[in-house]
Ligand binder design. Structure first.
Ligand SMILES: Cc1cc2nc3c(=O)[nH]c(=O)nc-3n(C[C@H](O)[C@H](O)[C@H](O)COP(=O)(O)OP(=O)(O)OC[C@H]3O[C@@H](n4cnc5c(N)ncnc54)[C@H](O)[C@@H]3O)c2cc1C
Length: 430
């Protein structure tokens, strides 16, 4: 029997403490959404001297921030150095890619300085090439990133692959030496504790149902109450709906799933993951996977299974992809299967934005662990009027998604088309 609980919620992070006070009638800043973005923004604003209330519709960290794979790295723009250069020119492409490294530097320093208990392990990530052409393309892209922003990497030929991964599925791959992993739920809980310590009022199970701008600031409706705020931050990312339309209208929400295996015998674990690295692969619709921080299980994820499918269905669809890479796991059961929503933007870039009195941060395109902490810090600085609040994405407008009501359908169709192309590439490789 596969449970539909999120594995990370059961693996060692307690529910964060929230505020028992009544909702404030007036506050300097109201933050909507208690994921990494909302929590980081609120924390820095409170430390900057603002009174801050954070409203979360579910439990703290209920959205992506407790459901993700916990893989951290530079989170480069999806178009790659080549695609970005073609679109924006070399200088802009360089600056955007550099932001990926800046976000990672910020993340590592912040976790260390604040002593955040989130099992950060920087052991690198092996990304397998499904085809020889993918291997060559990876090598070229990594060379460009290395000379542009100093990305450290190591190409691994197919014959040497077993030193990295207990699989013969790939045609070699690359190790991204600056990548690593966290326990995602622990990060959400640790950030919530810091925010609370800094004076942020945290309200869980308190959805914001409306935001109205007037001459003196904004009025938020939360249940039966009204809260006045000078500034409003909407940090609802892929969990946005019409109640936070400024965000909802700007992102395409795509469901992505994850599963946890039961405990794996230590000798098999050492064979599958000799260096405890994170893993990924080339392809349009790819699987990501990693050992848990205690090294006893694997988490696998990606767009496997139909949107809204049951835990059993998701586990079965993911198992097919798993045994293709690790036939050794055929007899190991899946214990948990869950899903979450990720937020894509039309230009594949994350954004800070401002509309009608509402500040926005989000659109991380599935890579938001490091970026959300970085963007949260930048947004707080911007609201505080502090220096160093800019990002290389600032000149790219945070556009609304064209034909938004159809965006999920289009995303589903694209996913099927890309999955079909991936299958074709695999058949052709022999
Ligand atoms: C399965 C999966 C795997 C992933 N793996 C990785 C990974 O390995 N590495 C990586 O970098 N990224 C990964 N991501 C993406 C990453 O998790 C997100 O980019 C990041 O957590 C976004 O954080 P956030 O705070 O912006 O949004 P969220 O954590 O989604 O927080 C938004 C919050 O807003 C709340 N909300 C919505 N509407 C309202 C309202 N009206 N009132 C009050 N609250 C509201 C929601 O309940 C939610 O808690 C993954 C995502 C998924 C789903």
């Amino acid at each position: 029997m596969v449970g539909n609980a999120v594995y990370w919620n059961e693996a060692g992070a307690p529910e964060p403490e929230t505020s028992r006070a009544d909702l404030p009638r007036e506050i300097d800043v109201a933050v909507v959404g208690a994921g990494y973005t909302g929590l980081a923004t609120a924390l820095h604003l409170a430390r900057g001297g603002r009174s801050v209330a954070l409203f979360e519709a579910g439990q703290i960290g209920h959205g992506c921030s407790s459901r993700n794979g916990g893989m951290v790295g530079p989170s480069f723009h999806k178009l790659g150095m080549t695609g970005l250069t073609a679109k924006y020119g070399e200088t802009r492409a360089y600056a955007i890619m550099q932001e990926g490294m800046n976000a990672l530097d910020h993340f590592e320093a912040f976790v260390a300085d604040e002593k955040l208990d989130c099992d950060l392990q920087m052991r690198g990530r092996f990304r397998g090439a499904r085809t020889v052409a993918d291997y060559d393309a990876m090598a070229r892209e990594c060379e460009r990133l290395n000379s542009a922003v100093g990305l450290p990497f190591e190409m691994i030929a197919a014959d040497d692959q077993r030193t990295e991964i207990g699989s013969d599925f790939y045609r070699g791959g690359v190790v991204y030496l600056r990548d690593g992993g966290i326990q995602p739920r622990k990060l959400a809980v640790a950030l919530a504790a810091k925010a609370r310590e800094a004076g942020v009022l945290l309200f869980s199970e308190t959805p914001v149902t409306g935001i109205r701008r007037d001459g003196r600031g904004s009025e938020l409706r939360c249940g039966g109450s009204t809260v006045r705020a000078r500034d409003v931050v909407v940090a609802t990312n892929a969990y946005a709906d019409r109640r936070t339309d400024a965000m909802h209208s700007r992102v395409v929400q795509i469901e992505t799933g994850a599963v946890a295996t039961e405990e794996i015998p230590a000798a098999l674990m050492a064979e599958l993951s000799p260096k405890g690295r994170m893993f990924g692969e080339s392809g349009r619709i790819f699987m990501w996977y990693r050992p848990t921080s205690d090294g006893r299980r694997f988490i696998f994820g990606g767009r496997m299974g139909r949107r809204g499918c049951s835990a059993e269905e998701r586990a079965a669809a993911t198992k097919k992809a798993i045994v293709r890479v690790f036939p050794q796991l055929a007899e190991i059961a899946i214990s948990h299967a869950w899903s979450g929503e990720v937020a894509y933007t039309p230009d594949h870039a994350p954004h800070l934005g401002f509309e009608d009195g509402v500040w926005l941060a989000g659109g991380y395109c599935g890579s938001g662990v490091t970026r959300s902490l970085y963007f949260g810090t930048k947004l707080a600085r911007r609201i505080l009027g502090a220096a160093d609040s800019g990002t290389a994405f600032d000149d790219l407008p945070f556009e609304k998604v064209p034909f938004k009501p159809f965006s999920r359908l289009v995303a589903d169709l694209m996913t099927r088309w890309w999955a079909w192309q991936d299958m074709r590439d695999l058949r052709r490789r022999g």
